[in-house]
Design a protein around this ligand. Structure first.
Ligand SMILES: NC(=O)C1=CN([C@@H]2O[C@H](COP(=O)(O)OP(=O)(O)OC[C@H]3O[C@@H](n4cnc5c(N)ncnc54)[C@H](O)[C@@H]3O)[C@@H](O)[C@H]2O)[C@@H](O)CC1
Ligand SMILES: Nc1ncnc2c1ncn2[C@@H]1O[C@H](COP(=O)(O)OP(=O)(O)O)[C@@H](O)[C@H]1O
Ligand SMILES: [K+]
Length: 463
């Protein structure tokens, strides 16, 4: 399987299980080093390579890589400040037929292969190791990290020591959390997985699989195809954007419950004003979105209460996340709800629900566990903590998505997919993929409106 995302502990257990089944650590290292060397061979395209080897098995991989590339005719320099500490790494070092330098020499290669530390990093990178990376990273034009960049803590994605930028990162055996979490992911460049034949089962945490979106059933009509209710509040623009995105993301019918006039709204968008409670009484509603443009005053609070008590599937975003608390959730069914906080909103929710965790993944899990809500923690390292458990990560989205209103578009799409399928976790993943694909189709420097316009073409790519 290629979609597992493992903790260091799980990775070690998977390797132990492989060894219990008769595969030696040496064989695993051959597969890891050999598989990584295949990628490096293509990337290097004949250029000289410098391999930095550390004391552990990441260093062991480095010697296997160096020997493989040298045999294929590349000029390879190995720099190892210390002796290998493990028996398998020593065996790999002994199998390298070239010279091993203790420090970086000026005639080093153009391609850097960093095998100082992998997931075994246990403390800050300092002293000779830190100096070596400081010298080697800027003096090579292409930098490739093996498993993870040395200095990255594989479970959290934080740098223990100075950060460096890589062009490529080759994950060995399985993805680690750091491959999807900031700040690590921003420094990893292109990421590739090198399989080493581990038998992985039932992942608790995984990479979202590219979804397949189905066209409406042959006997569909507009109500059964998904009726989305977008609840507006103080500001008219944001809920309109959400409505447009919902209309393009496969909903059969989108209604905007708003007391504003919306002169720019398309004719197809049905706008209803008046009492929200009654409007939400419609059993045909498949999903309600509330939060974009809602406001935070007493009227906003009343509208949020009405939405929470409606019994419909719900997407809560933006202002709704500032108003939500235990009292509001009382009597509502969190299993039917998705909350979509960005980092600031996640911090606010954690304060409201007494979650003390400091990093994003733990906060999202803490919030999910404390409330039973499905939590989509947005940003450059968007991750989903489904109510049912586990964590789902996503491929990196375009940084052009960091534009005002982009979250309103996403929320509208989640509501649409939820109204269509009734599956909060599946709908949220579909919407994140649509968002990313729409951002590619919209080109650089799009506005949120242009992003919403690109959703229909994005959807075509998932049919
Ligand atoms: N265990 C296995 O079966 C396999 C492991 N593989 C490789 O092995 C790596 C993990 O190997 P290890 O567990 O040996 O760990 P690492 O090679 O990541 O590093 C651990 C070693 O570095 C030292 N160390 C940790 N942090 C340090 C710091 N800040 N400064 C100085 N020294 C430090 C430790 O004392 C230990 O000797 C993976 O990332 C992967 O590259 C692959 O070869 C596949 C098979
Ligand atoms: N640097 C980035 N890289 C990838 N995606 C990003 C980045 N910054 C923001 N996004 C995405 O853009 C959206 C922004 O949402 P949000 O912060 O709620 O914006 P707004 O409130 O303006 O609508 C989220 O889906 C987020 O994941
Ligand atoms: K490394």
């Amino acid at each position: 399987m290629t979609d597992h995302v493992l903790s260091v502990e799980e990775m070690r257990a998977a390797e132990r299980a492989a060894m219990d089944s008769g595969v030696s650590e040496w064989q695993l290292m051959q597969r890891a080093g050999g598989g990584a060397a295949d990628w490096i061979w293509r990337i290097a395209a004949g250029r000289a390579v410098t391999v930095l080897c550390g004391p552990g098995n990441n260093g062991g991989d480095g010697y296997v890589i160096a020997e493989t590339l040298q045999r294929r005719g590349l000029t390879v320099t190995v720099v190892a400040p210390v002796e290998p500490a493990s028996e398998t790494a020593r065996r790999a070092r002994d199998g390298f037929s070239g010279e091993i330098a203790k420090t970086l020499v000026s005639s080093s290669g153009e391609v850097l292969v960093d095998c100082l530390f992998g997931y075994g990093l246990s403390r800050k990178v300092e002293g000779e190791f830190a100096k070596l990376l400081e010298l080697a990273c800027p003096s090579h034009s292409i930098r490739i990290a093996i498993d993870v960049p040395s200095g990255i803590f594989a479970d959290s994605g934080e740098w223990l020591g100075a950060s460096h930028r890589y062009d490529h990162t080759l994950a060995l055996g399985a993805w680690k959390r750091a491959h999807f979490l900031m700040p690590a992911r921003a420094d990893m460049g292109n990421t590739r997985l090198v399989p080493i034949g581990l038998d992985l089962k039932d992942p608790a945490e995984r990479l979202s699989e590219r979804p397949r979106i189905h066209p409406p059933e042959p006997d569909s009509q507009k109500y059964t195809r998904g009726l989305v209710a977008v609840v507006a509040g103080e500001m008219p623009g944001a809920p309109l954007l959400s409505s447009l995105a919902a209309m393009h993301a496969g909903a059969g019918y989108v209604k905007l419950f708003s007391d504003h006039s919306h002169p720019d709204a398309p004719a197809e968008l049905v706008i209803e004003d008046g009492a929200l409670g009654e409007a939400l009484d419609d059993e045909r509603i498949g999903a309600v979105l509330i939060g974009p443009g809602l406001g935070r005053g007493s009227e906003a609070r009343d509208r949020l209460r009405a939405a929470l008590n409606s019994g419909h599937n719900l997407v809560l975003d933006a202002d709704a996340l500032h108003l939500l608390d235990r009292a509001m959730l009382d009597g509502a069914d969190p299993a039917k709800m998705v909350v979509t906080p960005h980092d600031g909103e996640l911090a606010k929710l954690c304060e409201t629900f007494d979650i003390t965790a400091t990093d994003k993944r733990d906060r999202a899990i803490g919030l999910r566990d404390a409330t039973g809500l499905t939590v989509l923690a947005k940003g450059p390292d968007t991750l989903l903590a489904p109510a049912q458990g586990g964590v789902v990560y996503f491929p990196q989205g375009s940084s052009w998505l960091s534009v005002a209103g982009s979250g309103d578009v996403l929320a509208g799409m989640i509501a649409a997919r939820l109204a269509v399928t009734g599956d909060a976790v599946g709908a949220t993943q579909e919407a994140v993929w649509l968002h990313q694909e729409a951002s590619r189709l919209a080109g650089p420097s799009f506005t949120a409106g242009q992003l919403a316009d690109a959703v229909r073409a994005a959807l075509a790519l998932f049919l």
